[in-house]
Design a binder for this molecule. Sequence first.
Ligand code: EAX
Length: 325
Amino acid sequence: MKKTLAAAVIVTLILAPLPAAAKMTIKLGVVTKPGSAQNIVAEKFKEIVETRDPGRIEVKIFHSKSIGNETEILQQLQMNTIQMAIITGGPFDTFDPIVRVINYPFLFKNNAQADRILDGPLGAEILKSLESSGFKGLCFSENGFRNLTNNRRAVTAPADMAGLKIRVMASAMHQAIWQALGANPTPMPWPIYTELEQGVIDGQENPLWVMDVYKFYEIQKYMTLTRHVYSPHIDVASLVWWKTLDPDTQKFIGDAITEAAVFQRGQNRAMNAERLAMLREKGMKIMENPNIDAFRKRVAGLKDMDLFSEPRVKDLLGRMLAATR
Ligand code: EAX
């Protein structure tokens, strides 16, 4: 009797299906909503990872502020409660002042230059620096060149900025830019539709896709093509988590996110002309040729500010300014 029981147990154990190799889950955070630049990177990354090696990794995207604002998402990466994020360069400012260098006004002259520098050794230095804040910097995707919108008046020169209350990201660099331009900058986390609608702020600055996807044409009358900052996203992983991965998995993930970033930049750029036409058609008054020289002059002194007092940051800014001249 005992023997039969033992045999039955053994047979059951043998026939029981082996647990499948545990599938890895990557929780990925973005603050913006589906259709936004960050989500396009996230979704492309998910598609690449899940189709290139099915069953290996599942990517779960948390969007639309479902796990907090950008600063909160970055804190969750530091603790490895989420593993990856696509976050605009601005809010990294409070974690590592080195990112002020990429948010510097009128730094990059065009897309090709931004790609060359950010995908090259200078970009790599910035990604590397983020490790001391607990982030594994993987690559750059893009928000794009930022433009000013407001609800008060047509802005074509800094003099028109006087007293305008402009929402800025959680970034000392961005705040300094708008102070220098004579506006009244107010840092606020994303999203900001309600604040614009209620007139808590007069304006904001973002790339064209934002005015489209977030329907700012409904609540902002004027847009000025200032292109004052080329705004990358930094695509990052939790450093604690990254170190637990074997080199092959690191390469698989690193290649996939880089491919997704390159795809998204191309797509974003391809849509700019169409978006501009659409925003005009929706009734926005668009100042296409503002006095950029006057804007430049106002921000020329920023490189000597305390923002860049840390020697390694100052040094990188100097090399970046030389490389983008
Ligand atoms: O990507 O906060 C900002 O202005 C960002 O550009 C926003 O997340 C849209």
